[in-house]
Design a protein around this ligand. Structure first.
Ligand code: IVH
Length: 664
């Protein structure tokens, strides 16, 4: 028995060493095949001897225990952020401030600012015990099972000179290459794309199934050690130590003794970062000595011993080839530039938004112009300017179109709005298809089809509106390309399931202009069935909290159109939910009617979302920020000091969880 245990342990060590060489050092020493053989052998031994189970075995990196939602855990040290600076002047200020405050020699450690998801890892006796997300800084999600699948994070540390218990913080990242591949796959499967690797990494880390996380190939960089007994007084030196324990620590770190050295580092990496496999968005400057860090201390939000210098948004320059005008489901026309492919922060850009008619006019852009492109938070980058000096031959001036590119109707513009739209809502193809796609979408009826399939059904003449999705016959679909019995069954199943989608999502699915997810919820809560909603007057509609004149008019206009009423009637006969559930209705009270709540802090008995739902169920309203309209602040632990001060100024009542639960 002992021999088997030893064998298992030796294999675990060997496999972890291979992982380390591959994922941390990028210097693999064995072939993938040899690696797989070793892993298989270990899996077999562990299966035969479950008594030697260890959550930190490399076999567990593939992901195992599936949990419903993440447990919330309190951070031993709050997870604060850094003050951001955007100019050289501010870096100088930081340096001079530090110099004055310390009044002795000091070193500034310069590092890259990695743009991923922050994580806190806890190690006890050399083994990973917990991985927690930032959350609200005080408490985060326990994502240990997911983090165990990240191969560059050591489950057991090398050497033996680590503190018995310590925390190490860093960033979980999705490399550009993995991000591109994932988005390509999602596009093929007609799934929504991630806007950037950070969102993709964050979405991955929140996955309920660690096997999915393992498949997404996340990476990590660690940059901050915390604990009672760290090896030395130097932050840089401690990170170098952590490197020997098996952590992935960036090589881009430098101890600087002057502003010149700091600016050299910044300027070098502002260019060089474009060649890195992961996203970075700045430089972090940290006073190196932990003793000096303690002396400088913290403000309520961030340390005084560190700042982040953010790089300017990366810009690329590329030639404008042509402009497309796209028509969305509500008829709005969006101009999109086709560019010569150009590399921009890690991905190749070929298309960029040209905003609207007014901006096109202001940019005075011509075909063939060399345009500046930047990435915002959205999936599609935007044109921010034209390099007129690079104009050597002037092409046609880009003008906003006057007629719909799809149906030829004359475009219209609402007073005071920048966007032009096609008014031919029922005869314009992209609008019809767009509405069906919206109806079938994940947040609406969640029918198992995307853009391509809607196109296919529409072009084959099988559907003209969303209701037609419910009368499609298997034989009709089977005649189409790429369909087989199995995929038809999946489709029909999702159609059946859509009949259980709750009323508020059905309202959202109808695609009433201006009515988003929250708007639909508000309308559903105020008008408990579709007949009440269809019969509502303008006055009744604007009486609903947060429903303004624009939404009210849009709802009225929508139901004034006969074909929309016919659509609703047809969907009703197919069994969609057009009223709130009896159960939901029975749970409703008006105990909190007319009362507005702001939720702040961390709670022990229920989550914030649960409290929000309770407030709504009892007729109350949730607001995001404290104002004179707030009636109560439901305060948990660590309520934000700004909110507290404002509440006191305005004389708003602050209640605890217990008080609230008694109220309802
Ligand atoms: S040190 C007390 N170092 O940027 C804060 N942070 O707002 C200690 N980040 O929360 C953080 N790269 O998520 C540090 N080399 C680096 C970093 C880094 C990225 C993130 C981190 C932090 C945020 C700053």
């Amino acid at each position: 028995m002992e021999a088997i245990k030893e064998k298992i342990e030796a294999l675990r060590k060997e496999i972890e060493r291979m992982n380390y060489r591959y994922y941390v050092l990028s210097e693999p020493e064995v072939s993938d095949y040899d690696f797989d053989m070793k892993l298989k052998e270990l899996e077999r031994l562990e299966k035969e001897h479950p008594e030697f189970f260890d959550p930190n075995s490399p076999t567990q990196r593939v992901g195992s225990d599936v949990s419903k939602s993440f447990e919330q855990v309190e951070h031993a040290y709050p997870m604060l952020s850094l003050a951001n600076t955007y100019s050289e002047g501010e870096v100088q200020d930081f340096y001079n401030r530090t110099k004055r405050a310390l009044n002795e020699d000091f070193e500034i450690d310069c590092e890259l600012k990695y743009d991923g998801v922050s994580i806190s890892l806890i190690y006890e006796n050399g083994a990973l015990t917990q991985a927690i997300t930032r959350g609200d800084g005080v408490r985060g999600d326990n994502v240990t099972a997911n983090v165990r699948t990240i191969k560059s994070i050591p489950l057991r540390l090398h050497g033996n000179d680590w503190p018995q218990k310590f925390e190490i913080r860093g960033e979980i990242l999705m490399p550009w290459r993995v991000f591109d591949e994932l988005n390509r796959e999602r596009e093929e499967n007609e799934e929504p794309l991630f806007a950037n690797p950070r969102n993709a990494a964050s979405g991955t880390l929140k996955q309920q199934n660690p096997t999915v996380v393992a498949a997404r190939k996340l990476d990590s960089y660690l940059y901050y050690l915390l604990g009672e007994t760290l090896p030395t007084d130097g932050h840089f030196e401690n990170l170098e130590k952590a490197r020997t324990w098996g952590f992935k620590i960036s090589d881009a770190m430098k101890k600087c003794r002057s502003l010149d050295e700091i600016f050299d580092f910044i300027n070098y990496w502002d260019k060089e970062r474009k060649n890195l496999p992961v996203a970075t968005d700045g430089i972090v400057l940290k006073v190196n000595s932990l003793r000096q860090q303690l002396n400088l201390g913290w403000t309520a939000k961030s340390p005084r011993w560190a700042i982040a210098y953010k790089f300017k948004a990366e810009q690329a320059e590329s030639r404008l080839l042509s402009v497309d005008f796209q028509v969305g489901r509500t008829g709005t026309v969006t101009p999109v530039a086709n560019l010569e492919p150009v590399q921009l922060s890690g991905t190749v850009v070929k298309r960029a938004s040209l905003h609207n008619a007014d901006i096109i006019e202001a940019l005075d852009v011509h075909i063939g112009d060399s345009c500046y492109v930047e990435k915002g938070g959205e999936i599609i980058p935007k044109i921010t300017g034209v390099n007129k000096e690079a104009r050597f031959m002037i092409g046609d001036k880009v003008r906003f179109i006057t007629h719909c590119p799809a149906c030829g109707a004359k475009l219209e513009r609402k007073e005071g709005e920048a966007a032009w739209f096609c008014p031919n809502h029922f005869g314009c193809e992209p609008q019809i298809k767009g509405r069906i796609e919206h109806f079938a979408g994940r947040k609406a009826m969640y029918v198992n089809i995307g853009e391509e399939t809607v196109n296919q059904f529409f072009n084959a003449g099988l559907i003209k509106n969303a209701a037609d999705l419910y009368t499609l016959q298997p034989a009709q679909i089977l005649k189409l390309d790429r369909w087989a019995q199995k995929s038809v069954d999946n489709y029909l199943e999702s159609i059946e399931e859509s009949k259980n989608v709750p009323y508020e999502r059905v309202i959202f699915a109808l695609g009433i202009p201006e009515v988003g997810e929250t708007g639909a919820k508000r309308l559903a809560n105020a008008f408990h069935n579709i007949d009440a909603l269809m019969g509502a007057t303008y006055e009744q509609l604007i009486a609903v909290d947060d429903v303004g004149g624009v939404i009210a008019q849009s709802v009225i206009d929508f139901f004034n159109v006969e074909s929309n009423r016919v659509l609703v009637e047809r969907l009703r006969t197919y069994g969609l939910k057009f009223a709130l559930d009896e159960e939901t209705l029975a749970e409703r009270t008006d105990k909190l009617a007319g009362r507005t709540f702001v939720i702040s802090g961390v709670f022990a008995l229920h989550s914030r979302d649960e409290y929000k739902a309770m407030i709504e169920k009892n007729g109350g309203k949730n607001a995001g920020s404290v104002s004179s309209k707030t009636d109560f602040i439901l305060a948990g632990e660590n309520m934000g000091p700004a909110k507290l001060e404002k509440a006191q100024q305005l004389g708003i009542k602050i209640i605890s969880e217990d008080d609230f639960l008694k109220m309802i």
